[in-house]
Design a protein around this ligand. Structure first.
Ligand SMILES: NC(=O)c1ccc[n+]([C@@H]2O[C@H](COP(=O)([O-])OP(=O)(O)OC[C@H]3O[C@@H](n4cnc5c(N)ncnc54)[C@H](OP(=O)(O)O)[C@@H]3O)[C@@H](O)[C@H]2O)c1
Length: 284
């Protein structure tokens, strides 16, 4: 065994994708929500003390974006303080922490034509984004030995919360008309591709903050359209504006990320979003 690695959020979609690809040389210990509440510093402390890992990977998150507008305390406990407790524990043991974040740390509007680079200033529009931006910052404060990876529009193995692809397929099966917003751009990203990219970063001993999304961009409406096209499914799908949808939380209209830092290191192995989506749909 090379080292003992803890993956928190092991039942989440990214947690599962990482576990599926993790090299057999490591002793991988999946940590579930029921094993350790990341928002509880005593539980985080006990976890690190008892298991003595050499690497910690944090895939936990509370990311019900609309619900969280009225749950800021819980959002910050899970997404900001939890990662801080982990990062402090890792710093004390001089072991690295891998942590994941989101494009929602940015507030981009539609007149913005340039994808965000890692060095751009964060300016979140909602409580979720603010809690994730705070989490990143607390991780950076606590330990220089961190790898923070921001991604977008994740879909992967089944989790409790579901994802956009599975939701679209479920709704389409009811035969109803589907309305999907066409004024928010993103890059759909498969957890399998992100897991593979994470392995490449770890293999290279990378530290710091990285954007890692699939290549290209689309609106949520185009994302839905691609799902049904690749499935060969006929669905009554219509575009809708964010204003018409009237969600509780504001969302960035253009929060597409540039994998700039990966590119500079010659490590960008993220596939085109439609290629990754086709692979996922062929699998599920
Ligand atoms: N999903 C996206 O579209 C997206 C986009 C960009 C970035 N990200 C980021 O990517 C990472 C992985 O997301 P994901 O899509 O894999 O999420 P996910 O499938 O919802 O998994 C998150 C996991 O965290 C666990 N968890 C929640 N609160 C916890 C707590 N207090 N203590 C311990 N565990 C807790 C959840 O367990 P329970 O279900 O039992 O609560 C769940 O297993 C997160 O950092 C997220 O912010 C996600």
């Amino acid at each position: 065994v090379d080292r003992r690695v803890l993956i928190l959020g092991a039942a989440g979609q990214l947690g599962q994708a990482l576990r599926a690809q993790w090299p057999a040389e490591d002793l991988l210990v999946p940590i579930y929500h029921s094993d350790c509440d990341i928002a509880d510093p005593a539980q985080v402390g006990d976890l690190l003390r008892l298991l003595e890992p050499q690497l910690v990977v944090n895939c936990t998150a509370y990311h019900k974006v609309d619900e969280m507008e009225a749950q800021a305390e819980r959002g910050f406990a899970v997404n900001a303080l939890g990662p801080f407790y982990l990062a402090q524990g890792c710093a004390g043991r001089q072991i690295p922490l891998v942590h994941f974040s989101t494009d929602y740390v940015f507030g981009g509007n539609l007149s913005r034509f340039h994808p965000y680079r890692e060095t751009d200033r964060t300016d979140p529009l909602n409580v979720y984004g603010a809690s994730k931006a705070a989490g990143e910052q607390l991780v950076r404060l606590a330990t220089p030995n961190h790898l923070i990876i921001r991604s977008t529009g994740l879909y992967g193995p089944p989790n409790r919360q579901g994802n956009f692809v599975r939701t679209m397929l479920r709704l389409a099966a009811t035969g109803q008309t589907l309305k999907v917003v066409d004024d928010q751009l993103l890059t759909p990203t498969s957890c399998a591709a992100l897991a593979s990219q994470t392995m490449a970063l770890l293999g290279a001993g990378a530290q710091g903050t990285f954007h890692a999304t699939c290549q290209g961009a689309c609106s949520w409406f185009e994302f839905a359209h691609a799902i049904f096209r690749l499935r060969g499914q006929k669905v009554d799908l219509r575009p809708q504006s964010s204003a018409e949808l009237g969600a509780r939380a504001r969302r960035p209209a253009h929060s597409v990320l540039d994998n700039a830092h990966l590119g500079e290191l010659g490590l960008d192995r993220m596939p085109d979003w439609q290629v990754a989506l086709a692979a996922y749909l062929a699998e599920i």
